[in-house]
Design a protein around this ligand. Structure first.
Ligand code: FAD
Length: 386
């Protein structure tokens, strides 16, 4: 397994459950930091934890029962019932990593894979120092800039969407009651001119809750992307700038712009966030998910824009289906991978297209209507509700 984040740990756990010996090679030398990112849960995201490990979803998630839209003056202009659940990247990561370690799997931090290969006899990865590790199967779960994808489909790369997600979390205890009022028991949206912003509570996995927000902002000109990805130390980042590393003048501009265009409650939320961070929105559309004995799961394969809130769910479902297709060790791996890809690829293509359409409607066409149901869902809009 190349990559030990949500996709890698999901696949590693499902394969362990089918009896495979699994070694996870993770580039980061330290446990992945809590990126403070909220995750809309889908039944597929929690299935491994709830059904296989008996962990109740309430220990990692929190639910709401309203979808509210605020106008720019801060009035609630639509309020409808919903059943969404939310967690935090860190809560899911820790639960999946603990489960993998309890299962006897091997997690090797600080290993950067430089390439993969496959033959009739077996597969292998080579690390940055040139050492090779052989396996019956290599699963690339190494994210948007996947190294393993270069072996599976060298032509596929990330295509930027023309806008970025500014994100952050704030401690609700620091916010006045009137700011929080329209957000209580709700996921709250505001549709702006060629932009949109949303907020929901997230469970951190230790019993505490924080308030997560995401504001999708179009780039004003093509050069702006490279500029906002230069961090406070002058380092040119790739597709994200983590919490604490965004330049002060960009945060000041975000807060100023928030005061100008957001409802007062959401402007206050953004302004009270200690360390906002940036993720570039991209599409990745590889021709295939498997070549020989090597396959791709999660963002290493297809990447859908976040509007369907199903990237982690896609990774979890691809992982489950992979272990189902492979069955017990000793199977014909190439055959199993091609069977699996025949199911996983069309599902991923549909999700990428649906998420792209939702993003274009909000950020380009301006056709997302106030009050309309959300596009959240893995196989179809609506299937994230539970
Ligand atoms: C704004 C935004 C909101 C989102 N909201 C949701 C949501 O609500 N619900 C949802 O389901 N999904 C959501 N997603 C999507 C979700 O976050 C991703 O799909 C998911 O986290 C991808 O996980 P991954 O493990 O595939 O990739 P990553 O988390 O990127 O992990 C890749 C791992 O591979 C490691 N790695 C990379 N290269 C190498 C190498 N060469 N050798 C070894 N290791 C390597 C990295 O260190 C990393 O640990 C959102 C995404 C964004 C941008």
């Amino acid at each position: 397994m190349v990559g030990g984040s949500l996709a890698g740990l999901s696949a590693a756990n499902w394969l362990r459950a089918s009896g495979w010996d699994v070694v996870v090679l993770e580039r980061s030398a330290t446990p992945l930091a809590d990126q403070g990112a909220g995750i809309v849960l889908h039944p597929s995201t929690t299935r491994l934890l709830t059904e296989r490990a008996g962990i109740p979803w309430t220990s990692i998630g929190v639910g709401v029962s309203h979808l509210r839209y605020l106008d720019r003056s801060g009035q609630v202009v639509a309020d409808r019932g919903c059943r969404y659940r939310f967690s935090a990247y860190g809560a899911l990561y820790r639960a999946l990593r603990d489960l993998f370690q309890e299962s006897g799997g091997t997690f090797l931090p600080g290993v950067t894979v430089a390439g993969a290969r496959s033959s009739e006899e077996g597969a292998a990865v080579v690390d940055a120092a040139g050492s090779e590790m052989a396996a019956a199967l290599v699963v690339g779960a190494d994210g948007v800039r996947s190294t393993v994808r270069r072996f599976v489909d060298p032509t596929a790369g990330a295509v930027t969407a023309g806008y970025v997600a500014w994100r952050g979390v704030a401690d609700e205890a620091t916010l006045p009651v009137e700011v929080l009022q329209p957000m209580v028991d709700a996921i709250t949206y505001t549709i702006l001119e060629r932009s949109h912003v949303l907020t929901y509570p997230i469970a951190m996995g230790d019993g505490s809750l924080v308030r997560n927000w995401v504001w999708y902002r179009n780039l004003r000109h093509p050069d702006e992307l490279a500029d906002i990805l230069v961090d406070r130390h002058g380092v040119q980042r790739d597709l994200s700038v983590p919490a604490g590393a965004v330049r002060d003048e960009l945060v000041a501009d975000l807060v100023r712009e928030g005061t100008r265009v957001l409802p007062p409650q959401l402007a206050a939320l953004v302004a009270s966030t200690a360390a906002p961070f940036i993720q570039v929105v991209t599409d990745v559309f590889p021709a295939t998910l498997a070549r020989g004995r090597v396959c791709l799961v999660g963002d290493a394969g297809f990447v859908a824009r976040p509007h369907a809130a199903a990237g982690t769910a896609k990774a979890a479902e691809e992982a489950r289906l992979l272990s189902q297709a492979l069955g017990r060790p000793g199977t014909d791996v190439q055959r199993a991978l091609s069977r699996w890809a025949g199911v996983a690829e069309p599902a991923a293509r549909e999700l990428v297209a649906r998420s792209r359409l939702a993003g274009e409607r909000a950020q380009v066409q301006g056709t997302w209507r106030i009050g309309e149901p959300l596009p959240f869902g893995l196989r179809r809009a609506g299937d994230s509700e539970c």
